[in-house]
Design a binder for this molecule. Structure first.
Ligand SMILES: NC(=O)c1ccc[n+]([C@@H]2O[C@H](COP(=O)([O-])OP(=O)(O)OC[C@H]3O[C@@H](n4cnc5c(N)ncnc54)[C@H](O)[C@@H]3O)[C@@H](O)[C@H]2O)c1
Length: 559
């Protein structure tokens, strides 16, 4: 992997050739176009080669061209639309920084149709838009393996080139190429989130674990499509909508209606709302209801609510009759960007929070940001902490986008930003379902945050509020250790403050908080494993942070 080599991939009509030239000019590099290289080598056009030799032979010629350019330095390569579809081509492209130019089939077709120079495209004969849609459907999962994606739908080629150079610089600063690749040979894509037209089904991310693969759908109004979505998933039995007594009266009716319209028999089961009820007693009531209703293995649960409902409802579904299918339909922001994704389900025990539970993945996560209109403001702000955290640990561009809208809660909780945040969580849990490695990064701010929650008996601070204070403490530690610049720390704090989250938890006993951090689940063989930032969007796990550094940070945030 060499960062000084950029490959552009994407549909025909996405503007790869033009943008490649512009990026090369900006960086002072060479530029190559694999279709042109093939044509020059063969002395015939791509259309002629397809007609005379067929697609397989063309791909072989393309592979030869890609092999050559993928060993050059300081080159920007525009690849053919189908280039990444073969494994050898993917290997060659994987030697550089890969950017997907994402565009809708409509836009690509109109660009191709209005440009007489684009020539005959053998795979696009007939209805260009329809063919491009088919090609996008077939190739989307491959394009998504890119290191970055740029939505070029409404960008000029110049703007697209600027964005690519910016992403390339960011990747270079992050140390691109030094990170290990995942087992399939590709780095996970770090996608900039795509606007809705490019996510026709609203699929913002997929979680892929060893035993499950499921979509996370983020779309305004999707609650009304719940029934259809369940049909798409092949669910056949009765639907049990598990919700709480605050969310139920507000949102269960449209969910039920949609399920019934799609032909399901739907029943709504309500539990009392709040953390105090995330316990064995409520779980038992839920089992009683399900068993009284003679639930069957083909039936499924829809967990409609905040993190309490998705945790408890998911656990009930995962254990009743040894497991029935379930979907999460989170209705709090914290539930959307955090609790519903990743398969942790469970309940609290008098000895501690989330002490009883399991890993069980839902069939889908369906997020309708419109339901946030009824979420009390304090709970909305609570979710901002996790949204911000995802940017801080892994995506500096998300931090920049959040900074632009941080003083407008509705904009912070927009479909686009939720989708971007969700994509980060999905990416991390896909790589490390059981928290053996990278998933630990999601605990940024949680070591001190959990301690603050525990010391105050989980009553004074909401989880996100405590995490916000914990992120400040972790930031102070990283600054003192020389890992994080003061400027980056200030940006973190300004963002947290602009969202209306607390910066301190005054009056708590320092020693009690420090004691709890030592019994935190991130402690391994006696040493606390700290998640710290080395820059915005770049978190690492550190052992051996000196006690006095931790104490100073804790004293500051509790002052
Ligand atoms: N499984 C995980 O990976 C994971 C991750 C983070 C948090 N969690 C868990 O999530 C829980 C916290 O989640 P939470 O903050 O969503 O708490 P919550 O479920 O208690 O929801 C907060 C409050 O908002 C109400 N509410 C939710 N959506 C609403 C809406 N759209 N309109 C009006 N009211 C609404 C709820 O009834 C509740 O009163 C904790 O139990 C925590 O342990 C789990």
């Amino acid at each position: 992997m060499n960062i000084d080599r950029i490959f552009l991939i994407g549909l025909s009509g996405s503007g790869k050739s033009t943008v490649a030239r512009l990026v090369a000019t900006r960086l002072g590099w060479d530029c190559a176009d694999t279709d042109l290289l093939v044509e020059q080598a063969a002395g015939r056009s791509v259309a002629e080669l397809f007609a005379e030799e067929g697609e397989a032979q063309f791909r072989y010629r393309e592979q030869v061209a890609l092999e050559q350019v993928s060993r050059l330095d300081q080159v920007v390569v525009a690849t053919g639309g189908g280039a990444p579809t073969t494994p050898p081509n993917r290997d060659a492209i994987g030697r550089g920084f890969v950017v997907w130019l994402a565009v809708s089939p409509e836009k690509a077709a109109s660009r191709l149709n209005s440009n007489p120079d684009t020539g005959d495209r053998p795979l696009l004969l007939g209805d260009t838009r329809a063919r491009l849609q088919q090609l996008l459907d077939a190739r989307r999962s491959i394009y998504e393996l890119a290191d970055a994606a740029v939505d070029v739908e409404s960008l000029t080629p110049q703007q697209a080139a600027d964005e690519i150079v910016r992403l390339w610089q960011e990747a270079k600063e992050r140390g691109f190429g030094q990170e290990p690749r995942t087992p399939n040979g590709h780095q996970r894509p770090r996608l900039v989130s795509l606007p809705s037209p490019l996510r026709p089904d609203g699929v913002a991310a997929r979680v892929i674990t060893p035993l499950a693969s499921y979509p996370v759908i983020v779309r305004e109004g999707v609650l009304a499509e719940l029934g259809e979505r369940c049909r798409d998933l092949g669910l056949t039995g009765r639907a049990f909508v598990i919700t709480d007594d605050e969310v139920g009266p507000l949102h269960a009716a449209p969910a039920r209606k949609s399920l019934e319209t799609a032909g399901y028999t739907a029943e709504v089961l309500q539990i009392p709302s709040g953390e105090a009820h995330k316990n064995l007693r409520t779980l038992e009531h839920l089992y009683d209801h399900l068993l009284d209703a003679r639930v069957e293995r083909t039936d499924f649960a829809v967990c409609l609510g905040g993190g309490v409902v998705t945790d408890l409802g998911g656990f009930a579904a995962a254990t009743c009759l040894r497991g029935i299918d379930f979907l999460h339909v989170p209705t709090s922001l914290l539930g959307m960007v955090d609790a519903a994704i990743g398969g942790k389900v469970g309940i609290d025990h008098p000895r501690g929070k989330n002490m009883i539970g399991a890993f069980a993945q839902p069939r889908a996560v369906i997020i309708d940001p419109a339901v946030l209109q009824t979420l009390p403001e304090r709970h909305l702000r609570n979710g901002f902490a996790e949204l911000i955290k995802h940017g801080l640990i892994l995506d500096a561009s998300l931090v920049a986008r959040l900074e632009q809208v941080a003083d407008t809660p509705a904009a912070m909780a927009s479909e686009e930003l939720i989708a971007a945040s969700v994509a980060i969580k999905a990416e991390v849990v896909s790589e490390d379902e059981r928290e053996a490695g990278r998933r630990t990064l999601l605990n940024y701010g949680h070591t001190i945050g959990h301690a603050i929650e525990a010391v105050t008996g989980y009553t004074e601070y909401l989880h996100g509020e405590a995490v916000a204070v914990g992120m400040r403490a972790a930031g102070l530690i990283a600054v003192e250790l020389g890992m994080l610049t003061r400027d980056d720390f200030d940006r973190q704090q300004e963002l947290i403050a602009a969202c209306g989250l607390p910066l301190r938890a005054p009056g708590l006993p320092v020693d009690a908080v420090l004691d709890v951090t030592r019994s935190d689940k991130k402690v391994r063989q006696g040493a606390i494993r700290w998640v710290l930032l080395e820059g915005l969007g770049n978190a690492v796990v550190c052992d051996g942070v000196p006690d006095d550094v931790v104490r100073r940070a804790v004293e500051t945030v509790l002052a």
